[in-house]
Design a protein around this ligand. Structure first.
Ligand SMILES: *[C@@H]1O[C@H](CO)[C@@H](O)[C@H](O)[C@H]1NC(C)=O
Ligand SMILES: CC(=O)N[C@H]1CO[C@H](CO)[C@@H](O)[C@@H]1O
Length: 351
């Protein structure tokens, strides 16, 4: 059996005021049905029960199998590349997809990109069917260049496909990181940062030439960056601390790279759909991903490597932050649970 990789991406649609009334709660869910083409494969079919006003059948099937399970309607694809050229010419893609679906009068459509059938849904009822009723079939995540890079080859919990590694990392997260006792444990660090935020805004508003103008986006992003660094690394600064409490150059790089990673994560990347283009980087996506990856890792690795050494040499004894927790986790046999690569991957995406 080949692997069936299915993921979900939701986009908020741009509504006109009238549409907004009509489609108040409607969110678009794009379901990637990724199926490796294997000639000997049998067909994998996921039928969504036809029980609402709008019926839906999401089908992932190997075209080579030749079986005639119907796909939702969609634009006629070109050979090999499918609808990739059309989509690249009609940016932004979500608007093109919407227009296309409106013209076809359908709530579910299938756009073939390379060898992958992307099934798009605009109807909340079908979306519920996919995300709630059939969620076991769709709970895994798509394998993309960006998610592979940012998770160090799928070592972390957040971006990994639904396999053993994911289950291991999820156990770590739910039992050790996202739990009430840890939340309480780090309360003081968070409230310190809230105080620092107030102080920083006050300084910005009362000093400097363009006094009383505060860039809220800048302040909010760096507040998030500060909290993350405090909780994970127990420090505010990678470099020199700044007298006014604001970010230094390294912190600016860090926050920019983290937000860039988020934007790139499940963004459209040609080589995710046409793997033979990997490395050519036609749309510049791979370069941007590598740059964000390099920046984040350069800043994290110095801290993590040093901390790892301190624990292994016995120099450090007390848990102070999430990094300490991850490094010191033990399995049932008392051996270290995570490798340094797993710690790095988890820290990178925990950001
Ligand atoms: C991402 O960064 C890590 C650490 O520097 C590096 O080992 C890895 O090769 C990078 N990934 C890519 C795709 O550049
Ligand atoms: C730069 C800055 O204001 N840092 C302060 C953040 O909050 C802690 C605890 O209140 C202070 O010790 C820091 O000096």
């Amino acid at each position: 059996m080949g692997e069936t990789v299915v993921g979900t991406l939701s986009l908020l649609l741009p509504y006109s005021a009238a549409l907004e009334q009509l489609l108040l709660v409607v969110v678009t869910f794009i379901i990637y049905l990724a199926v490796r083409l294997r000639p000997h494969r049998t067909m994998t079919t996921t039928k969504l029960e036809q029980q609402h006003g709008c019926s839906a059948t999401a089908v992932a099937c190997s075209r080579a199998s030749g079986a005639a399970a119907p796909l939702p309607p969609g634009p006629v694809p070109w050979p090999i590349v499918g609808s990739v050229p059309k989509m690249m010419l009609n940016k932004p893609a979500f608007r093109w997809i919407h227009l296309m679906m409106k013209e076809m009068g359908t709530d579910i459509a299938c756009v073939r990109l390379g060898a992958i059938h992307v099934v798009v849904i605009t109807c909340p009822r079908i979306a519920r069917e996919v995300l709630k009723k059939q969620d076991a079939n769709f709970a895994s995540r798509p394998l993309t260049f960006a998610s592979r890079t940012f998770s160090g080859g799928y070592r972390s919990a957040v971006l990994s496909p639904f396999v053993d590694q994911w289950q291991k990392m999820r156990r770590v997260l739910t039992s050790e990181i996202i739990c009430p006792s840890r939340h309480k444990w780090l309360h003081d660090k968070r409230s310190d940062e809230a105080d620092n935020l107030t102080r920083y805004v006050y300084i910005l508003a009362t000093t400097g030439s363009s006094s009383s103008v505060v860039d809220v986006r800048h302040v909010a992003r760096h507040y998030c960056g500060n909290v993350i660094r405090r909780l994970v690394f127990n420090r505010r600064y990678f470099g020199e601390s700044q007298p006014n409490g604001g970010p230094g150059p390294l912190e600016v790089q860090h926050v920019d790279a983290v937000f860039a990673s988020l934007g790139l994560l499940y963004g459209f990347c040609v080589s995710d759909y046409l793997p033979w283009l990997l490395g050519l980087d036609l749309d510049g996506h791979e370069k941007a991903v590598k740059e964000a990856n390099a920046t984040v890792n350069r800043l994290h690795d110095t801290v993590i490597d040093e901390r790892w050494r301190q624990w292994k040499s016995g120099e450090r004894q007390e848990l102070e932050d999430f990094l300490d927790v991850l490094i010191t986790l033990k399995d049932d046999g008392g051996n270290p649970l995570l490798t340094i690569e797993e710690v790095k991957a988890q820290v990178q995406v925990a950001n």
